[in-house]
Design a protein around this ligand. Structure first.
Ligand code: ZN
Length: 479
């Protein structure tokens, strides 16, 4: 049995009851990252939201096949790899590993399939051939383009129409194009660039086609649910729809969900973050549990403004939850009565919130109501109530991922941070000493020690910046 869930479907711009193609099964695709650097915490929102959908659908009894791709073939990757004189695929692969570490640190469960573009070339080429065969693709000088006007309902997701789009495009666009809105499916590679053999010569795919090909490979022609950041709705998702529907001659996806941005404010950048902060740096300083909490403590469709208060509140709440979970392990049952109805209803209330378009913020609110009640009732708990409390904590861990499997480690991390901040009338001489030691370590290629020093400083909220001349400067990340 599966529980009914409502999803705000961006195809219709309405909240609808989720009906899957096959009863009890969900075919779910979420657009993954392009891997050429550490990811910014702004990117983390989409991944954590995809993880939430996957967890909640599973908790509601669905058999979910969840695909999240890695874009490892891309112009930016090729350019960056060239700068450091590395093979582009190997370079991208290194970053796939790093991004996976970040995802784990955010408590993300693995997807069912995590395909890479470099491993999907036969399917990509096949799909482009199908698009050409069906009259929506054309070849000009080794380049394959998608002819947008062949899809009369193009724009149905982003609610844009072809005429409106056309008038927004200047005439100097690619002279190859039959229509200004046409987009690239395959492009010829320049000499020395990563390339694959194709019926149109050596080249590589345009960006959009990979998701259409990967979705088809692992989920079939029609998906139940597709998710991504709101910035991907146009043109990326619109183009995915056009490609898949042209190639497969049937509807591509029934429900589309998009998460809003994480904003850092226009002028007043949060002091604690500096200009740009990677997931890695944030997790080193505050722990992954805190970032996950920030990102899911508001509904995915609401804009999230990053402020120092938001961060502080997340830290407080993560602490309260984990203190409570540890405390409940010590609770002793008092008698064999029935389950206290106030305690019993929490899971059901959380389910109600989550079944309302994955309302993680509402579910969190319900949990805190339960937490307050339970703390007051702790001396009067029946055996059955106590069991239910543990079950509720487990449900919280399964669905929102807000309870760490090892709550003691989260509290130990907080304790360490507190000690560090209380000692944080920083000793500049000590920092300079470590910077000097790190310089020596780097000169003798002792990367492990150099990295250790950077982490040691980060633990005290001191961030190092390496300058091109080999020197390093530091700054304190305030709370
Ligand atoms: Zn995509």
């Amino acid at each position: 049995m599966t529980r009914e869930i409502k999803i705000h479907n961006n195809l219709t711009r309405k909240k609808e009851t989720f009906q899957t193609i096959e009863a009890g099964k969900v075919k779910f695709y979420s657009c993954g990252p392009t891997t050429y650097d550490f990811l910014h915490i702004g990117n983390a929102r989409a991944f954590v939201v995809g993880d939430l959908f996957n967890r909640v659908l599973k908790a509601f009894g669905y058999d979910v096949t969840f695909v999240r791709n890695f874009t490892d073939v891309d112009d930016k990757i090729i350019a960056r790899a060239k700068e450091v004189n590395q093979d582009a695929i190997k370079f991208a692969d290194h970053w796939v590993t790093e991004v996976q570490k970040d995802m784990e640190s955010l408590g993300m469960r693995p997807a069912t399939h995590t395909p890479k573009v470099s491993e999907t070339m036969p399917e990509i080429i096949q799909m482009i051939q199908d698009i050409i065969k069906n009259g929506s693709g054309y070849v000009v000088d080794g380049e394959v383009l998608f002819n947008v006007p062949t899809m009369p309902d193009y724009g149905k997701l982003s609610k844009k129409d072809i005429d409106g789009l056309q008038s927004g495009i200047r005439v100097e666009v690619d002279a190859h194009k039959k229509h200004p809105t046409d987009f690239v499916l395959w492009k010829p590679a320049k000499e020395g660039e990563a390339s694959w053999d194709s019926p149109w010569g050596k080249g590589r795919p345009g960006w959009h086609i990979e998701c259409s090909a990967m979705a088809k490979k692992f989920l079939g022609n029609t998906l139940d649910l597709h998710h991504g950041g709101i910035d991907l709705m146009f043109p990326h998702h619109e183009n995915e729809i056009a490609q898949s529907e042209a190639a497969n001659k049937c509807g591509f996806c029934n429900y589309w969900a998009h998460n809003e941005f994480l904003n850092f404010g226009t002028e007043k950048m949060s002091k604690s973050l500096g200009n740009v902060i990677t997931i890695r740096k944030f997790v080193e300083a505050y722990g992954g549990q805190v970032l996950r909490h920030v990102l899911l403590s508001v509904h995915y469709r609401a804009r999230l403004e990053w402020t120092d208060e938001v961060l502080q509140r997340a830290m407080d709440e993560v602490k309260r939850i984990h203190e409570f979970v540890i405390e409940t392990k010590r609770y002793k049952a008092n008698g064999s009565g029935p389950i206290d109805p106030e305690i019993e209803k929490c899971i059901e209330k959380m389910m109600e919130e989550l079944s309302n378009d994955f309302n993680s913020a509402g579910a969190l609110g319900q949990y805190f109501t339960f937490l307050r009640y339970t703390k007051n009732a702790k001396d009067n708990l029946s055996e059955a109530s106590l069991k239910q409390i543990h079950k509720t904590n487990e449900f919280m861990r399964e669905t929102l991922g807000f309870v760490n499997i090892d709550p003691e480690s989260v509290m130990a991390e907080f304790k360490k941070q507190e000690q560090n901040t209380s000692n944080s009338d920083v000793d500049a001489a000590w920092i300079e000493g470590l910077i000097e030691e790190r310089k020596v370590a780097k000169a003798s290629k002792n990367w492990a020690r150099a990295d250790e020093i950077r982490k040691e400083l980060m633990a005290k909220k001191i961030e190092l910046k390496d300058n091109p001349d080999g020197s390093s400067t530091w700054k304190i990340l305030g709370l």
